[in-house]
Design a protein around this ligand. Structure first.
Ligand SMILES: NC(=O)c1ccc[n+]([C@@H]2O[C@H](COP(=O)([O-])OP(=O)(O)OC[C@H]3O[C@@H](n4cnc5c(N)ncnc54)[C@H](OP(=O)(O)O)[C@@H]3O)[C@@H](O)[C@H]2O)c1
Length: 326
């Protein structure tokens, strides 16, 4: 089991979760069974990962086998970019709930502060980034929807009992400050890329001040981006001498050092693995503690290296220049 972070709603977010981006559908049922037995209760999903129906089967199986109860689980999902208009938010979460075989989500996040032209669910699901993948030169099509409109529709999901907590992902301080000016329900969680090469100290400090919990995605850094050509083998933080030295000092793997650094900073993490032995490794973080100097040395690896940047990948993969952070 993992420790938990208390949200501004009073709910408890398990610190370590299992993220499903790029997990093959055929493997998911067995991985969830294994993960629950290994102590995972927090599952990080999204419409865009294209595998929520498989996650739903896995969750149904562990609940049926009474390995845990629904109340023990923490299931997060994310609103895709094509569903930002108020009238599309509820149908989007209803589709996610149907796929996940759940009647409520613990947390629903706006996946990106990017609004794209609507694609009906029965036309293509998940819709992905291209408006029309079959066009001669496919690209992204944006749609002018304010975050305010989307946020108010997210708030209605809480009143309707479909989601317990709402939050945001890939937002920066200015956008959060603006959102807080009209939010009737404050975001409970911000999910952002963070690892030793992208420590995001200012954003995390700001969230702490505003009582918004932070979840770090891609907590292992480059690893997830090598296979999709967005990082090179040499970009991995696991090879860094400070990480290696701490690993041998504590008798842990370099991945456990980097993940422990993540939770010891007070954020939750959602590492992904398709290998059972790594799922066990990635949650075994509670029988050691990094020293202050190890924490400082790992944080000093920061070089503001962002691997998941729409400003870069939208142009490379989706023929559309779409910066959001600059
Ligand atoms: N909100 C967003 O926009 C956003 C964006 C990206 C990701 N996410 C969420 O965050 C989750 C995690 O991020 P991520 O998948 O990008 O990256 P990650 O969890 O940091 O890294 C996953 C990669 O590391 C490998 N790995 C896992 N455990 C390992 C270990 N103990 N030792 C060595 N290698 C290990 C995995 O390979 P194997 O599978 O072969 O073990 C995979 O290649 C996602 O699944 C998703 O739920 C959210």
């Amino acid at each position: 089991m993992t420790e938990a972070i208390k949200l501004n709603t009073g709910d408890q977010l398990p610190e370590v979760g299992f993220g499903f981006w790029k997990v093959e559908e055929e493997q998911i049922e067995d991985l969830i069974d294994y993960a629950v037995k290994a102590g995972y209760r927090h599952f990080d999903c999204a419409c865009d990962y294209g595998n929520e129906a498989a996650v739903g089967k896995g969750l149904a199986r562990v609940l049926e086998q009474k390995l845990c109860t629904r109340e023990d689980l923490w299931v997060t999902s994310k609103l895709w970019n094509t569903y930002h208009a108020a009238e599309h938010v509820r149908p989007a979460v209803e589709k996610t709930l149907k796929d996940l075989q759940l009647d409520y989500l613990d947390l629903f996040l706006i996946h990106f502060p990017i609004s794209q032209k609507y694609v009906p669910i029965d036309h293509r699901y998940p819709p992905g980034w291209f408006y029309d993948p079959d066009a001669e030169t496919p690209g992204m099509e944006s749609e002018a929807v304010s975050i305010q409109e989307t946020w108010h529709a997210m708030e209605e999901l809480v009143s309707a009992g479909l989601v317990k907590n709402i939050g945001i992902s890939n937002f920066g301080t200015s956008l959060i400050r603006d959102l807080l000016s009209y939010a009737k329900i404050r975001p409970a969680v911000l999910q952002i890329e963070s690892h030793p090469y992208l420590t995001q100290e200012t954003l995390i400090r700001y969230c702490k001040q505003e009582e918004i919990a932070v979840t770090a995605f891609s907590p292992l850094g480059a690893l997830s981006y090598v296979s999709i050509g967005m990082a090179g083998n040499g970009d991995t933080v696991l090879e860094q001498p400070v990480v290696q030295v701490a690993a041998s000092h504590h008798g842990k793997t370099p991945a456990q050092i980097v993940l422990r650094w993540g939770i010891q900073r007070g954020v939750s993490i959602v590492p992904k693995s398709s290998r059972p032995e790594r799922l066990s490794e990635n949650i075994a973080l509670y029988d050691f503690e990094l020293t202050d100097s190890e924490m400082r040395a790992i944080s000093a690896l920061n070089c503001n290296r962002r691997f998941n940047d729409p400003g870069a990948f939208c142009e490379e993969a989706f023929n559309t220049f779409f910066p959001i952070y600059e």
